[in-house]
Structures are given as C-alpha cells and as structure tokens.
Write a protein that binds this ligand. Structure first.
Ligand code: NAD
Length: 531
C-alpha cells in the first residue's frame, strides 16, 4: 500500500508564464484547431492513452507533490486524484467511439423523418480550463480529458497556490503532448486575466464564486460559453430517523478528507435536537476510530493549503458566538486545524454565513425536517451539495423542498466519479465527469439530409400559398392534436378524437358506429365458422 514516506522526488520550482507569451500560445492553439490537427478520433485516443501512461508513470511524483502542497496522505492521493484520473481516461477511451458517433435525432414528428435529422458531435474549438487548488490534479485534468476527447485544442491554467502539483501537471503535459495543440500556462490572477482577455470557444472554470464572476464577465465580452464549477454553503440535514453512527462516520470523513477542503463537503449541519447527543457521542467514537492518537499526529490527515486560508478559517472560529462541542485545536505553524464542530444559535454566525472549505463546521439544532428545509433555503438556496440523513420520506421532503447541484442521501458528498456533476444557481453552471466531461466540450450540431424524392412533400412550403396547401399545412408540419381542453385539463375523449376527429360527441358517435359494425362482423364470422 502507498505510504506517506517522503521520497527523494525532485520537483522543480513553479515558474509563471511570461504574460507577453500568452497571446502567441493561444494563437498557436487556434491555428492547430483550424488545421484540424485534433479532429481525427484516433489522434485524440492516442493523446489520451499517452496521458494515461504519463499519469501512471508519475504517480509517485503526483503523490509527493500533493503531500508537499496539502499534506495529503498518499492513500488520498490515489483515492481522490490518481485513480480518478486513470479511471476517467480509461472510461473515456473505452466509450468515446460510441459517444462521438452521429446520433439519430430523437422525438422527431413522423413527417420530418424523411429528411433524416441527426446530431453531429463537433468540438467547440480552442478552450481554456482554469483549475483550483484543493484537488489540483483531478479538477484540472478531468476537464482536460473531456476536452481532448471532444477534439478541442486546449490551454490549461493550474492553480498557483499548489505549486508542486501544478509543476507536475506541466511536466506531464509538456513531456507527452503536442504543444501546438495542448498548452499549459502557469500563473496567478494576472496571468489568468491575460488568458481571459483572449477569445475562447469555451471556458471551464473551477474555483470560488468571486473569481467565477470575473471569469463570466470576461467571457461575456466574446460571448464565450462558460462552465463554472463553484462552491457554496452546503447543508447536511440530519433527522431523528437517521442512524447516529453512520451520520457521525460519514460526516466526519467528509470533513477529514483533504482536511475538509472539498467543495461538496457540508458547511453546516442542521440536526434535529433529539438526535444531537447521540450523534455527538458517535462523532467522538468515530474520531477515535479514524485517528487513535488524534488527527494532528496522524499521517492520514492533511493540512490547510496556505497561511491565508488558515487565517480565514481561524477568523471564522474566532468571530463565532457559538460553542465548540468537538475539536478546536489549531497549530498555525503546521497549518493544522482539527476537525471542529461549533454549535451556533444564530443564522448570522460567522460559521454559517461563510464557506468554510476546511475541517470546521457549524451545528444548528432544529425541531424537525421542515424547519431544516426552511433554514437551508434561507442560508443559500442553491448550494453545490446537500446531504440528508433520515428516512425515505425525509429524503423526499428535502429533494422536493430544496435546490442544489447534487444530493447525497444517507451519505456525505457525492463521489461517483462517472456521474454528471455540477452546480446550479450560485454554485455554478454546466456539468462534467464521465460522459458529461466530453459532452460539455462538444457542440451538438443538428443536421438534415433531404432526399430528392421528398420534393413532392416539400411542395407544401413553396409559393403559391393556395387554400389547398393551407388545408394540409398543419399535418405537413407534423403538428399533433391536443389531448387537453381550454382549461388545461386532459380530455378522456382525446383518443377518440385522435382516431375519428371532430368534437368529442361526434368522435364518440363515430366510435360507437365502428364498434357496432365490428360486433356485427364478428357475429357474422362466428356464424360462418359454425356452418
Ligand atoms: P480560487 O477561485 O481562488 O482560484 C481558482 C483559480 O482562479 C486559480 O487557478 C487561480 O489562479 C485563479 N484566480 C484566482 N484569483 C483570480 C483573479 N482575481 N482573477 C483571475 N483568476 C484568478 O479557488 P481555490 O481557492 O483554488 O478553490 C477554492 C474554491 O473553489 C472554493 O470556493 C470551492 O468551493 C471551489 N471549488 C469548487 C469545485 C467544484 O467542483 N464546484 C471544486 C473545487 C473547488
């Protein structure tokens, strides 16, 4: 098994890309796209296969970079970064023929089938991917794999605050791929804004809502479509019907992995008062199980990514009026923050109104699931994720009463790596992962092919616009018959009207007449059979 033993791995320091080189890099990518270099599907597959081996061959270096940047244990590096990348590449390579094939358009009225409507899967063009710091590899590379499979030329801008990881990403890409098709730009806000000043065919951004707004504004100048994978104030709702042990273990895990620096981890827990003592007891037991000597002395527990992020989390704790009911130990030098629960009695508390993005969490007791739903909607009505622990009817109530990018029922944070994932409202727009990673970088381009024999059908659209043509127009355009009345109610006579036309009464009379004729014919046939 992987360990967290520091190896002799050497990682070169991160160098920012000179800003004056950025326009040239982008122009090269555009030129390669217009030369159709990335169009052949076999080309894309070879690129992905090479990337697979580059990730595989660099796995120890990746784990080491993550250990240096985030104090991540190698186990977590494999669980949530390396195997996500290799698994994703294999999933894409094995399915891309199927996903990229032209598709027959669905739900087309019969009349239009003659023009053979299909959907073609075109690349968007030259796209930009901007990565975050918390899972610096997978959150930058997974979109890249999708963009490659979709046939785009791509620039990626990894996070500058995880310099070792970003350096390895650059090495992997530059040592493996054609630089005229795939480029890495390193840097912070300034370099990113220089990139954003360029025209892109799609921008895929993962990070904070504040920077997401900067990205969306810059994209609007060029009418560039954007995917924004942002954060949010995610609630975990725990009802009296939940299993306290499972609640404790699963919620503690979500706040422990990557020291809680996970966009889908819960920001606050809304818990029914009656179950709080039992969950807290189980939380203590779970902590002891996971970290027998405490998380600070455990190699399994990571650190906060920067001093700035540490101070922000400390500020949230310092400014809270709540009571620490679990944890609370911090070590500034190590950027260590223990998993901490703070019971608060105000929705204005610093622990509720800020995105923690770390191992600290507010606990707010409620009377029932309805109150929890009401509060969750008040705090943030479109978070990235919601966790619900309780009965099936509690789950249904929360699903029905809230909005969010994703939902975990009886678990913390969604983690099926091929399930489409993304925010809604303030937590973002657009989805990726699995097939969605490829789709998000494709233009689904409809096309039709009109046969010459269809000319007589098409006559309906040509002048002169005669009364006879007008009579056939509705049918010719494939407009159906409504199965509802003017009050929006479904009509029980609709099928009769569809079959026989006319008013419901007339249709019913015609149906009756047909039924009588059928009955008589049947009787006649029976009599013949007997003779
Ligand atoms: P961040 O927004 O600070 O940085 C993300 C990227 O934006 C980096 O590449 C950075 O260089 C660039 N950037 C920073 N400031 C900029 C500026 N002023 N102008 C232009 N570019 C700028 O985010 P982070 O700290 O790396 O990640 C934390 C945030 O990301 C949290 O809010 C978290 O919830 C969110 N997040 C969301 C997801 C998701 O999938 N929805 C995943 C991870 C993180």
């Amino acid at each position: 098994m992987a360990t967290n033993k520091r190896t002799e791995v050497e990682i070169a320091p991160l160098e920012f890309t000179p800003i004056d080189q950025i326009p040239r890099k982008v122009a090269t990518l555009r030129e390669s796209f217009s030369q159709r270099k990335t169009r052949p599907i076999e080309f894309r597959k070879v690129v992905l296969r090479k990337l697979y081996w580059a990730v595989e061959d660099n796995k120890e270096r990746i784990a080491e970079a993550l250990s240096r940047d985030l104090g991540k244990h190698a186990y977590e590096a494999f669980m949530a970064e390396i195997y996500w990348m290799t698994g994703d590449i294999l999933h894409i390579v094995n399915n891309m023929d199927k996903w990229l094939k032209d598709e027959a358009a669905s739900d087309i009225p019969f009349m239009w089938k003659s023009v053979n409507p299909k959907i073609r899967k075109d690349p968007m063009g030259t796209v930009l991917i901007i990565g975050p710091s918390n899972y610096p590899f997978q959150l930058t590379m997974l979109p890249l794999f999708g963009a490659i499979a979709a046939g785009n030329t791509v620039a990626i801008k990894p996070s500058e605050i995880t310099p070792n990881s970003s350096r390895i990403i650059q090495e992997i890409i530059e040592s493996t791929l054609d630089p005229s098709c795939y480029a890495v730009v390193q840097g912070g806000a300034e370099e990113t804004q220089a990139l954003l000043a360029e025209k892109w065919d799609k921008i895929f951004f993962t990070g904070s809502a504040a920077v997401g707004r900067i990205v969306a504004k810059a994209a609007a100048v060029h009418l560039t479509p954007v995917v924004l994978e942002l954060g949010g104030l995610n609630p975990a709702i725990v009802t009296r019907n939940a299993n306290p042990r499972l609640v404790a273990r699963r919620l503690l895990w979500a706040k422990s992995m990557n020291a809680g620096q996970t966009c889908t981890a819960h920001n606050y827990i809304l818990i029914e008062k009656s179950i709080l003592p039992a969950v807290l007891e189980e939380f203590k037991k779970a902590y002891k199980d996971f970290y027998p000597n405490g998380s600070r002395d455990s190699p399994d527990y990571g650190r906060i990514v920067t001093d700035k992020a540490f101070q922000r989390l400390k500020g949230m704790l310092d400014n809270s009026q709540g009571k620490i009911i679990f944890g609370g130990t911090l070590n500034e030098k190590e950027r260590y923050i223990e998993q901490t629960l703070v019971q608060v009695d105000s929705l204005e508390d610093s622990m509720i109104v800020n995105e923690a993005f770390g191992p600290i969490c507010a606990v707010y007791p409620v009377n029932d699931v309805d109150e929890a739903i009401q509060i969750a909607n008040k705090v943030h009505d479109t978070p990235l994720g919601i966790s619900v622990f309780g009965s099936s009817s509690d789950h249904e109530k929360v699903l029905e009463g809230t909005r969010s990018g994703n939902v975990s029922l009886n678990d913390a944070q969604p983690h099926v790596n091929t399930l489409a994932f993304g925010g809604v409202g303030e937590s973002g727009m657009g989805q990726y992962r699995g097939r969605a990673s490829v789709d998000v970088f494709l233009h689904h381009r409809p096309y039709t092919k009109t046969p010459s024999w269809a000319e007589s059908l098409l006559d309906l659209r040509y002048p002169p616009y005669t009364p006879t043509k007008f009579k056939w127009l509705r049918l010719g355009l494939g407009v159906g018959t409504p199965d509802f009345d003017r009050d929006g109610r479904k009509s029980p006579w609709t099928w009769l009207r569809l079959l026989f036309g006319g008013s419901p009464k007339l249709a019913a009379s015609k149906a009756m007449a047909v039924a009588i004729v059928l009955f008589l014919v049947q009787k006649y046939l029976q009599r013949l059979a007997k003779q």
